[in-house]
Design a protein around this ligand. Structure first.
Ligand SMILES: Nc1nc2c(c(=O)[nH]1)N[C@H]1C(S)=C(S)[C@@H](COP(=O)(O)OP(=O)(O)OC[C@H]3O[C@@H](n4cnc5c(=O)[nH]c(N)nc54)[C@H](O)[C@@H]3O)O[C@H]1N2
Ligand SMILES: Nc1nc2c(c(=O)[nH]1)N[C@H]1C(S)=C(S)[C@@H](COP(=O)(O)OP(=O)(O)OC[C@H]3O[C@@H](n4cnc5c(=O)[nH]c(N)nc54)[C@H](O)[C@@H]3O)O[C@H]1N2
Ligand SMILES: [Mo]
Length: 556
């Protein structure tokens, strides 16, 4: 059976699923740009976490937990539960558990409650999206195959070996065919292995680098090139290399997702966009496009909206009677974990998920769904041009089935449509339109800039029990560690304005100075990284500053 993985991953793996005597067997399918089909290392984690994992729906009433192993009963009880909140104040949010189209039926369902608020902004790709919309009017990637025309490919913090393993395989192939790869990142990640040249850069400085390159080519003026270069921490030899590679033309620019999660993230994309446009590489400029861009959206309007940086605060202030959380784990993945804990403790909570999470630990009602394996759906890749459709694979209840069953009980309207019935959307082309562009400098502060990164073995907070072991670490530059008397293996405490976490130090030369990095969204030895990160919007106003906030590092 044809299947695909709808996780929050730019690749969109096509998968062949076979039913076997003891479960399912999965294998990758070929792509035009990737002759060797493979499923990434995380896929088996998803299957184990989600397919018949023994978890059922449950409800807590007066501190007593009742399980509902039968789906019919679970839906009936959930309808009763929701009926109590019919005219009350509800806050609904949906996360990135599955990025396929049919998850929208939860939006369709909850938007029909008269006093239900939705959310705006988000923690993922919003800042970069805003930059592309502003510059080009659209959020669109050129075909991946344009990379074949490139002589040089520059990756700006795109840790493809981890976050986009199929692109990584493609880049390896490109390299074999003679393309030069330059990788720019404050952290010497796994992707630096395929780079002909790894360039270390200070965090939040990619826009400054792009501006300096434009000035050096005489395509921009009014900035002091030397002071810009020195801010970035890029050596003059590396700067000259970039200059000559870009000036020679046929240079592709691939913008990673990390650079947007800084206070000046939108500005950084806009400067790289400008660099690509002004040096004739617009058709080789890559960031991302929406996984649902090919289809028209189902119309949903909520009574009002809470912006992404205010969700936890609204719950902690007691502004809502019910919090509905579908396919997200904000108690782990959103900033200010301590505020989230207060908000979730104060507000009745409904969680719709495939598994237990730090957020469901606070739930009053938990609906267990079968996740992507039980959901007939369709979706486009958010990096590549392709899209896929799939049938339901397992017989567990899916999100759209649950939403439709609940709607029928509560007298609401939901009509789940097959892909063929959803009107397609016309794609527009990029048209560069930004005239003047200010340059936004990195924020100054005391202490270390905290980066938090994806790990190849898990996706966001979706881990199996025990997977956090060995990954509760913080990487620190050897010279900084020496000054603080920290050695590899020492326990350290990382403290931000809102709290902190405990992790084991890894002393390395593979991270720039005054910067530390921990793996994102896993339980640390104590607390989690997002305890140390406060709610703060990027310069786009729609994304969160998840990287580059200043923290204190102490040996304990
Ligand atoms: N294995 C795995 N894959 C994943 C995920 C996962 O959790 N695990 N997450 C998925 C999700 S949700 C998303 S949104 C995507 C993208 O997921 P991301 O993890 O955002 O992917 P990248 O585009 O590789 O961007 C991260 C890189 O940016 C670097 N970086 C940070 N700040 C800067 C900076 O200022 N300048 C430069 N040049 N680099 C910087 C980091 O050091 C890191 O190497 O991938 C998805 N893929
Ligand atoms: N410090 C820091 N914080 C970050 C990031 C970072 O780099 N650093 N990355 C940010 C990014 S890019 C993102 S996208 C967010 C992700 O944050 P979230 O959207 O919270 O993502 P997950 O942790 O994957 O949680 C998704 C939940 O959905 C469940 N799920 C999976 N499939 C399905 C399904 O089909 N149906 C339902 N109902 N549930 C399902 C999973 O079990 C999981 O509990 O985190 C952000 N937070
Ligand atoms: Mo994401």
């Amino acid at each position: 059976m044809n299947f695909f993985c709808s996780k929050d991953c730019p690749d969109l793996c096509g998968v062949k699923a076979t039913v076997t005597s003891d479960g399912y067997k999965f294998s990758g399918v070929q792509e035009k740009w990737s002759p060797t089909g493979f499923v990434c290392s995380k896929f088996k984690v998803f299957a184990e976490r989600e397919i018949n994992n023994g978890l059922t729906s449950w409800q807590v009433i007066d501190n007593v937990k009742t399980e509902y192993p039968d789906n019919g009963t679970a839906i009936e009880k959930m309808a009763e539960f929701l009926n109590e909140f019919k005219d009350k104040k509800i806050l609904y949010m949906r996360g990135s558990g599955s990025l396929a189209y049919n998850m929208c039926y939860w939006d369709v369902f909850f938007s029909q409650f008269p006093d239900c608020a939705g959310t705006t902004g988000g923690p993922c790709d919003e800042t970069g999206g805003d930059a592309h919309e502003e510059d080009f009017g659209v959020l669109l990637n050129p075909p991946a195959s344009n990379l074949e025309k490139a002589r040089t490919i520059i990756l700006y913090g795109k840790n493809a070996a981890v976050s986009s393993q199929h692109l990584y395989a493609y880049l390896k192939d490109m390299k074999k065919k003679g393309r030069k790869i330059i990788y720019i990142d404050p952290v010497k990640t796994k992707t630096s292995k395929i780079a002909d040249k790894y360039i270390a850069i200070n965090p939040s400085c990619d826009g400054i680098l792009a501006c300096a390159l434009l000035c050096a080519m005489g395509l921009e003026s009014g900035h002091d090139i030397n002071s810009l270069i020195s801010k970035t921490g890029v050596s003059s030899a590396d700067f000259e290399l970039l200059l000559s590679e870009i000036s020679a033309g046929q240079c592709a620019h691939i913008q990673g997702f990390g650079i947007q999660r800084h206070a000046n993230g939108m500005n950084a994309y806009q400067w790289i966009n400008r660099l690509a446009v002004k040096t004739g590489s617009e058709d080789m400029l890559y960031y991302s496009h929406s996984s649902k861009r090919l289809w028209t959206k189902q119309k949903t309007t909520f009574k009002n909206y809470i912006h992404v940086d205010k969700i936890a605060e609204s719950l902690a202030d007691g502004n809502f009677d019910l919090f509905v959380n579908a396919a997200a784990n904000p108690a782990m993945t959103y900033p200010d974990t301590n505020l989230w804990t207060r908000g979730l403790s104060r507000t009745k909570t409904l969680v719709i998920d495939t598994n237990n999470t730090e957020t469901s630990a606070h739930a009053d009602f938990f609906l267990k769904v079968g996740g992507m394996f039980s959901q007939a759906d369709f979706m486009g890749s958010y990096f590549f041009p392709h899209s896929y459709t799939r049938e339901k694979l397992t017989d567990e209840i899916s999100d759209s089935e649950a939403a439709a069953m609940l709607a029928a009980r509560l007298g609401l309207k939901i009509e789940v449509k097959a892909e063929a019935e959803v009107p397609r959307k016309e794609q527009e082309n990029r048209k560069y339109k930004t005239a003047e562009l200010p340059l936004i400098m990195p924020e100054e502060g005391e202490g270390f800039k905290l980066l938090t990164s994806s790990h190849h073995s898990y996706l966001n907070s979706q881990i199996l029990p025990g997977m956090e072991k060995g990954r509760q670490v913080v990487f620190i530059n050897e010279k900084d560690a020496e000054e603080l008397g920290i050695k590899t293996g020492d326990d350290v405490r990382v403290c931000g304005k809102t709290g902190g976490y405990k992790a084991e130090a890894v002393v390395t030369e593979g991270i720039v100075r005054q910067t530390i990095m921990s793996w994102k969204s896993i339980p640390m030895k104590d607390g989690c990284v997002n305890s140390a990160i406060r709610n703060k919007l990027t310069d786009s106003g729609n994304g969160l500053v998840l990287y580059g906030q200043y923290v204190e590092v102490k040996k304990i």
